[in-house]
Design a protein around this ligand. Structure first.
Ligand SMILES: NC(=O)c1ccc[n+]([C@@H]2O[C@H](COP(=O)([O-])OP(=O)(O)OC[C@H]3O[C@@H](n4cnc5c(N)ncnc54)[C@H](O)[C@@H]3O)[C@@H](O)[C@H]2O)c1
Length: 291
């Protein structure tokens, strides 16, 4: 029997795209699925689809950037399924693109609130509920390959996704002894509507002035790459496969390995130069003090 059977997962941004793909794959493992999304119309549509495949599903309206709504979602999930074992912090937005001099505070705040604070709230609210039943569980954070190396003209997205990778590493070490496994999914391009994230952009995050259109070619390029990305149905199945292997880092694009290797080689080479510096001679051989 699957280790996931009869357990309950709450999936943010589950109404379409990668979240829905993960919901389908976990539902096939006989998990109860709490689909949580800001888009009510798609939420209903996706829930009907999952129900049609025999999956137990509860749709819950959730804006991940609002901590109080996470508590409401948890309460509804527990009323329906009794316990929560897994949170998939998937909801995310592409955010504004363009050169740094065009960055706008509201656009940045939107990316920070959804992509970073949304992940933090999801774990903060769900971890005590997972600990409560003592059966163990999982936190799965959806970052990106953008969390493994900076993407030009995409500062806010890169910053939030890098933070999600770092948070996942921090929580993995923190929660290991509590029986909660942490994983971070880092996909490259997947065919979804991520390039049209503005469809869910609340009014309070609308920029004060329009972004100059001549700087927007990066947005078009991203759309093209996403439309030519991998089929979204692979991602959910890959997540189940990697969870069964106990992976911390879940990759969907092995062809991106060389990019990460180049980054690590550059970091390693910089350490080597630091080790050779006469200024740092004393420090190079000092005993490591870590938490
Ligand atoms: N598609 C890609 O190429 C790609 C690559 C790397 C990482 N990702 C990440 O995958 C995750 C899912 O994105 P996707 O590609 O499926 O995009 P998508 O736009 O197709 O789906 C995102 C879902 O999140 C929901 N959502 C948006 N804002 C929300 C909020 N504030 N609260 C709750 N739900 C909200 C949307 O309604 C939608 O259902 C994101 O975190 C994204 O950054 C996507």
């Amino acid at each position: 029997m699957s280790q996931f059977a009869d357990k309950t997962a709450i999936i943010s941004g589950g109404a379409e795209g990668i979240g829905l793909s993960i919901a389908k794959a976990l539902g096939e493992q006989k998990m109860n699925i709490v689909l949580a999304d800001i888009d009510q119309k798609n939420l209903e549509k996706a829930s009907l689809e999952l129900r049609g495949s025999g999956i137990s599903v509860l749709p819950v309206t959730l804006d991940v950037a609002d901590e109080a709504q996470w508590h409401d979602a948890a309460q509804q999930a527990i009323e329906r399924f009794g316990k929560i074992h897994m949170v998939v912090n998937n909801a995310g937005i592409g955010g504004d693109t363009g050169p740094i001099q065009n960055a706008q505070t509201k656009g940045w705040q939107w990316a920070l609130d959804v992509n970073l604070m949304g992940v933090m709230y999801g774990a903060k609210v769900m971890v005590p509920l997972i600990k409560q039943h003592g059966e163990g569980g999982w936190i799965i954070n959806v970052a990106s390959m953008a969390g493994m190396g900076g993407i030009p003209y995409n500062g806010a997205y890169t910053a939030t996704k890098t933070a999600v990778v770092a948070l996942s590493e921090s929580w993995a070490a923190e929660l290991q002894s509590k029986g909660i496994k942490v994983s971070v999914l880092c996909p490259a391009f997947v065919q979804t509507r991520i390039y049209d994230s503005n469809r869910n952009r609340p009014l309070k995050y609308q920029n004060d002035t329009a972004t100059p259109t001549n700087e927007d070619s990066f947005a078009d390029k991203t759309k093209h790459l996403v439309e030519n990305g991998i089929d979204v149905s692979i991602v959910g199945k890959r997540v189940v496969e990697a969870l069964n292997d106990g992976e911390l880092y879940i990759f969907t694009h092995p062809n991106y390995r060389a990019i990460v290797q180049r980054r690590f080689q550059a970091i390693d080479a910089a350490f080597e130069r630091a080790a050779q510096s006469p200024l740092l001679e004393q420090i190079a051989n000092q005993k490591l003090d870590m938490l």
